[in-house]
Write a protein that binds this ligand. Structure first.
Ligand code: ATP
Ligand code: MG
Length: 239
């Protein structure tokens, strides 16, 4: 459904951003993007979302309704949960969908609350529902759970998975959390360098939902840590 060929987005005379990125994604896949800070992950999502058109190379989408979700919920403080979810869609339109989404993210009882009265997890749930109101073909997520505590994070990962099971939404998930990527993704792209380049691709064959303690996933984790140069192979490495 999405193919990108040799896309490059750099700033200030060739610095930073990312370069020569090529991949294609099938409908219904969950793709993870992992890489150290500054390797161009957010820049890549912005380009894929259409927010940034200053790139070189080719992007072809078979359909293109894109939903986007960020690290912070970015809710309008003067609007209720329900109004935030419907923000941007015409009044009256999608009324039933908004109701379904409130239920899907477990906030039907909080529809009339304002953002200041929500926990961090509830605010991110609202943001998930808002990103789905346009019924996007692709959901782009930029570290959506990184500001949350470990337990809330796991609950929201499961929420994302249940959304995928119900709707088969294609997702591209930027994360710093290797366990999160291993739990949710069918393929993980590793970006390295500045500007970032696609360095490796890891396939996770296990069917979803997966067990968080899976031994095979732990092996993949070691592989990813090596690819990111974050694994110490021997005690001497630490000295
Ligand atoms: N609008 C811009 N103008 C100039 N440089 C930029 C711009 N946007 C991003 N950059 C640079 O491009 C590089 C990649 O930034 P980006 O935000 O995509 O990284 P990232 O991989 O998302 O990092 P993080 O994991 O910290 O979120 C950085 O060096 C950043 O300073
Ligand atoms: Mg980023």
């Amino acid at each position: 459904m999405l193919t990108v060929q040799n896309i490059t987005r750099t700033f200030n005379a060739g610095k930073a951003g990312f370069r020569n990125v090529t991949f294609s994604i099938e409908e219904g896949e969950i793709i993870g993007i992992l890489g150290t800070s500054g390797c161009g992950k957010s820049t890549l999502l912005r380009v894929l979302s259409g927010l940034d058109d200053q790139y070189e190379g080719q992007i072809s989408f078979s359909e293109r309704t894109v939903g986007m979700m960020f690290q912070e919920p970015r809710l309008m403080p003067w609007l209720t949960v329900h109004e935030n979810i419907c923000f941007g869609v015409q009044k009256g339109q999608k009324k039933d969908l908004a109701k379904d989404l409130l239920q899907l993210v477990g906030l039907d009882e909080f529809a009339g609350h304002y953002p200041k009265d929500l926990s961090g997890g509830m605010a991110q749930r609202t943001a998930i529902a808002r990103s789905l109101i346009t019924e996007p073909d692709v959901l782009l997520l930029d570290e959506p759970f990184s500001a949350l505590d470990a337990f809330t994070k796991m609950q929201l990962q499961d929420l994302l998975l249940s959304i995928w099971q119900k709707r088969q939404t294609t997702m591209i998930l930027v994360t710093h959390d290797i366990d999160e990527a291993l739990y949710l993704c069918d393929r993980i792209f590793i970006l390295r360098g500045q500007p970032g380049e696609l360095y490796a691709e890891i396939n996770i064959e296990q069917a979803k939902p997966r067990s968080r303690g899976d031994v095979a996933l732990a092996e993949k984790k070691a592989e990813i840590l090596n690819l990111l140069d974050l694994n110490h192979k021997s005690k001497e490495d630490l000295l």
